[in-house]
Design a protein around this ligand. Structure first.
Ligand SMILES: [Zn+2]
Length: 96
């Protein structure tokens, strides 16, 4: 099982045309959300599938760090005021 949360959801992550186009070219049209918003969930999912992950085992926990500041830190939403940021991924060799 692969679980992830995106730093921004498709509702709050507006980007310029050039950046949006780069994601569409790399990860597909699903990345293009209404009003020039970037759907990072779609990009992460496409990337995981391209890397060989089973789509049935991918779970988006539905959290957005920017929309849930009481629970998460968001570099962009808080203008980098916290000074910390991290991410990690682990692939268990026993998982298929
Ligand atoms: Zn959000």
């Amino acid at each position: 099982m692969i679980q992830f949360e995106c730093p921004k959801c498709h509702v709050c992550y507006e980007v310029d045309d050039a950046l949006l186009e780069r994601f569409v070219v790399e990860y597909g049209l699903a990345c293009r959300a209404p009003q020039n918003h970037l759907d990072l969930t779609a990009a992460v999912t496409a990337s995981l599938i391209a890397a060989g992950a089973d789509q049935q085992r991918i779970v988006d926990v539905g959290a957005c760090t920017s929309c849930s500041l009481e629970k998460y830190y968001s570099y962009r939403a808080q203008n980098g005021t916290c000074g910390r940021h991290s991410a990690f991924a682990v692939r268990m060799s026993s998982c298929t």
